[in-house]
Ligand binder design. Structure first.
Ligand SMILES: [Ca+2]
Length: 470
């Protein structure tokens, strides 16, 4: 990336920064085809407020906005569009940090083809970004958010109601290498409005969250998920780590890592010491724009979960028929496929006020397939009972279209033949080795992105052991 600082602009900018709060470059309109440039904003303190950024900063596709070193309370940026070929980048000096003890507006209306990179929020008692309007094709990369409260990324606009067009949705959002550490009272990434799914407000398409870490979440009063996305179709969460996700006392001690309605692809993640479900999904597909076909199903695979407390890894919930009936035919139920996961040492929640249920999957509605999962030392706080079903729990009675095949349960890691409970690799003599049958066509790699089908067959569980015969 070129960092262009026309000399005269840079000098003007530096002079302005010396004396004017929130200084910015004011430039005459540039000729079409002008080289991309960098625009520096911020004078080291205060809130950065650019509700009409394109015009105010004279930005064109390919340009970069650079936030100067300093300590800022908030950042708002609206009405800004790059292009698919030349997105606009908004980035920070390594010595720039955002901190606040009071909620900030931080509004981001109508932003498209913008990449936000290298942001640091510390002791941030506010929403980081509230995204509204005609916003799409956004990247959030290399964020470090510590000791934050509230919704950090809140993508929600009550005025945005789905009418069958892509333009009436939020689409193509991606978070990459975004780290959260210490978080209370609000989801990290959320669209939830707690309204019925049928209201068609703020439909989300093609969201991706990858290589992010979420740790030390502790919601004191209400149970907030880590990621809470409703009416979200084709959410992909992969290669993320969730750890030490805390409890809420009300109504019962629980939490959720990834929660919402729609259909999600959740794979190659690690979950540990979380109170409750890794995924709790209200399964729906969208009968429009290509989100209602054969791939419009939930897929949860190659995940490892250990020291999980209270609830199953995956919960397939039920969308109320009344909500589907009110969705103008746009929403209908879909299924879930839970394959090749490893579950180790699920545990009771010490302060839980409701029954403990530590199976792999909680099934509340039809259409669940559970294959090739490895369960080791289930319910670590209770004696192992070989007659118990540790694979699935029927939370509201028997369900049709339930397929359960070839899952393995062992009392101890030694019996499962795991090399260790750090990497969870089956040893050469493990009964999980080559114990899968056939192939799941969309699963070609294991948890560590090694070939899924080594040796005579795939191994049961998230990790494929190396084929030493090669
Ligand atoms: Ca194998």
């Amino acid at each position: 990336m070129r960092l262009i600082f026309a000399t005269s602009i840079a000098i003007a900018c530096c002079l302005a920064l010396a004396c004017v709060a929130g200084a910015e470059e004011k430039l005459a309109g540039r000729a079409t085809g002008a080289a991309p440039r960098q625009v520096k904003i911020g004078n080291g303190s205060g809130a950065l407020h650019y509700p009409d950024a394109q015009k105010a900063l004279d930005l064109r596709p390919g340009d970069t906005v650079y936030i100067a070193a300093g300590t800022y309370s908030g950042f708002s940026l609206g009405n800004l569009a790059g292009s698919a070929a030349a997105p606009i980048t908004v980035t920070c000096d390594p010595q720039a940090v955002f901190t606040t003890e009071t909620p900030q507006p931080n509004e981001f209306p109508n932003i498209a083809h913008v990449r936000f990179e290298s942001f640091r929020y510390e002791n941030y008692k506010s929403t980081v970004m509230h995204i509204t309007g005609a916003s799409h094709d956004l990247l959030f990369k290399n964020f470090h958010i510590t000791n934050a409260t509230g919704y950090s990324f809140h993508i929600y606009d009550a005025a945005k109601v789905f009418n069958g067009t892509r333009e009436s949705t939020f689409y193509n959002f991606k978070w990459e290498n975004v780290d959260f550490d210490r978080k209370t009272n609000g989801a990290a990434i959320s669209s939830s409005d707690y309204a019925p799914v049928s209201n068609l407000k703020s439909v989300l398409l093609d969201f991706e969250i990858t290589r992010c870490t979420f740790k030390n979440f502790d919601n004191a009063a209400l149970a907030f998920p880590v990621i809470g996305l409703d009416k979200c179709f084709n959410l992909q969460v992969h290669e993320c780590t969730f750890s030490d996700i805390g409890m809420a006392a009300s109504p019962i001690g629980h939490n959720v890592c990834i929660c919402g309605s729609g259909y999600f692809k959740v794979y190659n993640n690690k979950f540990t010491r979380q109170w409750a479900n890794d995924v709790r999904n209200w399964p729906m597909k969208l009968n429009a724009l290509g989100y209602g076909g054969a791939d419009a199903v939930n897929r949860f695979y190659n995940n490892i979960s250990w020291e999980k407390r209270k609830y199953p890894m995956y919960e397939h919930n039920v969308v109320p028929q009344a909500d589907l009936d009110k969705s103008s035919g746009y929403f209908s139920r879909t299924s879930s496929e839970i394959c090749f996961n490893t579950l180790y040492r699920s545990r009771k929640a010490a302060d839980s006020k409701s029954p403990y249920c530590g199976q792999l999957v909680d099934v509340y509605s039809p259409g669940v397939t559970i294959r090739h999962n490895l369960i080791v030392a289930p319910e670590a706080d209770a004696p192992f009972d070989p007659r118990q079903n540790y694979v699935y729990h029927l939370g509201s009675g028997p369900q049709p279209d339930l397929v359960v095949e070839n899952n393995l349960v062992f009392e101890t890691p030694a019996q499962a033949g795991l090399v260790d409970t750090v990497e969870f690799v089956p040893s050469q003599s493990s009964p999980a080795r080559d114990a899968a049958t056939g192939r799941v066509e969309y699963i070609t790699k294991d948890h560590y992105n090694h070939d899924r089908y080594q040796g005579a067959a795939a191994d049961v569980g998230a990790v494929e052991s190396p084929d030493t015969e090669k």
